[in-house]
Design a protein. Structure first.
Length: 207
């Protein structure tokens, strides 16, 4: 008898490469290519079933078993489900990839896939960015106190001058207005020290 080991799957590559070259040679004949792939798939399945039927499991001692080929009298430890069906499934998966026209097109024109990837990256880099708040000259002018100016306020240097003049006029008006002593004392947070101008105004206002 003869003992063998499971051959590596790389031995299947020359056969698959020949199938691929034949499909590529068919070009746009998709029905013809699919028919050829169907024939190969049926043939490979039949060969695998016929090969698996030749093997028998033999019990060795009480814990182990080996497999015996009734036709060639070959023995092996590996289960035929691995040595026969796994290579078959590997080849069938390769045939399924050749049914994908996009995959075949990439094989015919390797640069097409690279161009598609480049276009996708370019589109991603050109995505619109979020708009940022205006800064510098485009930002809304602020008053002397630091608060933003209301909408409709004059912009530019002249507008800033006008705002400053309005602020000064408002401060002068507020400082010159008479204040009721009772209202000031009742107001929360009133200062302890009363300005002299305000005291004089209170004395004049009293009866």
């Amino acid at each position: 008898s003869e003992s063998t080991q499971h051959p590596p799957l790389k031995q299947l590559l020359p056969e698959l490469a020949e199938v691929c070259r034949r499909c590529l040679a068919m070009g746009e004949d998709e029905p013809g290519c699919c028919a050829h792939l169907d024939e190969l798939a049926a043939a490979w399945k039949g060969e695998a079933e016929a090969e698996a039927a030749k093997w028998r499991a033999v019990q060795y001692d009480s814990e182990y078993q080996y497999f015996y080929n009734v036709e060639t009298r070959e023995t092996r430890w590996e289960n035929p489900s691995v040595t026969v069906y796994f290579p078959r499934d590997f080849k069938l998966n390769a045939l399924e990839r050749l049914r994908d026209r996009g995959y075949v097109q990439c094989l015919l024109d390797p640069g097409a896939e690279g161009a598609a990837v480049g276009e996708a990256r370019e589109e991603k880099t050109q995505e619109p960015e979020e708009e940022e708040a205006p800064s510098g000259a485009l930002a809304a002018p602020q008053a002397a106190g630091g608060s933003p100016v209301a909408a409709g306020a004059p912009a530019g240097l002249e507008g800033a001058k006008a705002l400053q003049e309005d602020g000064r006029a408002e401060e002068m008006t507020q400082s010159q207005a008479p204040v009721d002593r009772r209202t000031a004392e009742a107001a929360p947070g009133a200062p302890e020290a009363v300005p002299e101008a305000a005291s004089a105004a209170w004395e004049e206002a009293e009866p």
